[in-house]
Design a protein around this ligand. Structure first.
Ligand code: 5BU
Length: 364
């Protein structure tokens, strides 16, 4: 039963996707199961909020199609902050089309999501091919990137040392072209590791896990050391399936939700979890991470007050209800934090509440 299990234990269960394992360890070390929904409309607003609340979150969720000046500056800026503040980037793209189209939407166009978002999400109403198509596109992008790095290594092009590995990669949708621009290849060391990981995943993950266990054990005493031991995120991509929604009258229920779980089980080498309103792990071996939007707290000093909705269909629950009663793992908060006067302090308040609820659930 994953509900009663600590995140570190879950990180070490067999068949845990490397990115999921990384996220679970990161959550434990930073003591945060909070994801910020950074629903802002300019690059500077995005980078400002990421900087302000980065220490309090494990994940930052974007809607890049609302950013009016999205570009290289957005990607690089976010990557730098994520690397420094230690969180994963999740693009809330909600893919929902035939396989061929979602591959292009994932890897091409102005956003090239696969380049910079470790995690994205998809609806399953088009059928399971949406998952296999996105999985194949992610694998291709990573393989193309690794090939270009290998070429580069064999040619012996020197690399700028400031560009360290961080699980993101620059370059075109077809991967990185070896056009001599070394600034486009920020991931040399990690990609060599990742190539090994992809080919012989059992060996390398076992090795890595020993180190990670030590890292999480150290977290209580020395967060910085633990984060250092955790290292960079793996060069891997993960998908969340939309199993349930928070909005009033939504149709993601019953048999539809069940189908989503079946598809996730069939592809747990790519699907790391769900967007859902309650924990959907039910079979032995299930270890999906439940990420839950529609979360809000009454303002400080008005603790008894109920938070209901936004007048546009959104419905809210408290972190305690989502995590303790419903068994959710990561709570996603947008306006609750974004509209606060002191956003860093408010993010900390949400982090504390969500972490306390997790500790209560697992009996820590
Ligand atoms: P809010 O400001 O905390 O209400 O923002 C919630 C975010 O989560 C927002 O970006 C939505 O697009 C997103 N969301 C949601 O609210 N409910 C859902 O069921 C899904 C996504 Br799926």
């Amino acid at each position: 039963d994953t509900r009663a299990m600590s995140f570190s234990k879950r990180a070490n269960l067999p068949n845990t996707h490397p990115l999921a394992a990384f996220l679970l360890h990161l959550i434990v070390i930073k003591r945060t199961n909070l994801c910020l929904s950074a629903d802002v409309t300019t690059t500077s607003a995005l980078l400002n909020i990421a900087e302000e609340v980065g220490d309090s979150i494990c994940m930052l969720k974007t809607h890049v199609d609302i950013i009016s000046d999205f570009g290289e500056k957005t990607v690089r800026g976010l990557r730098d902050i994520a690397r420094r503040k230690r969180f994963l980037v999740f693009e809330d793209r909600k893919f929902g089309d035939i396989g061929s189209t979602v591959q292009k939407q994932y890897t091409a166009g102005p956003f090239s999501i696969v380049r910079w978002a470790a995690i994205t999400n998809a609806h399953i109403f088009p059928g399971p091919a949406i998952v296999t198509a996105l999985k194949a596109a992610a694998a291709d992008a990573i393989a193309a990137f690794n090939r270009s790095v290998e070429t580069e290594i064999s040619v012996g092009t020197p690399r700028p040392s400031s560009d360290e590995d961080d699980g993101s990669f620059d370059g075109s949708s077809e991967g990185v072209s070896n056009d001599g621009d070394t600034t486009k290849l920020p991931l040399r060391k990690r990609s060599i590791v990742a190539a090994t990981t992809i080919e012989s995943s059992t060996e390398s993950t076992t090795l890595e896990r020993g180190a990670l266990d030590e890292a999480t054990a150290q977290a209580e005493n020395d967060r910085e050391k633990a984060l250092e031991a955790l290292g960079s995120p793996p060069l891997a991509r993960g998908l969340l399936l939309l199993a349930e929604m928070s909005s009033e009258g939504n149709l993601l229920t019953g048999a539809y939700t069940q189908k989503c779980i079946d598809i996730a089980r069939d592809h747990n080498d790519f699907v790391i979890g769900f967007i859902a309103q309650h924990d959907l792990n039910s079979k032995p071996g299930d270890n999906f991470i439940t990420c839950t939007p529609g979360i809000s707290l009454p303002p400080p000093g008005q603790e008894g007050q109920k938070v209901s909705g936004d007048g546009l269909g959104q419905q809210y629950n408290t972190p305690h209800k989502a995590i303790v009663q419903e068994g959710c793992d990561v709570v996603i908060v947008g306006r609750g934090i974004l509209s606060a006067k002191d956003r860093a302090a408010e993010a900390e308040r949400y982090r504390r509440e969500a972490w306390k609820a997790y500790e209560e659930r697992v009996g820590a």
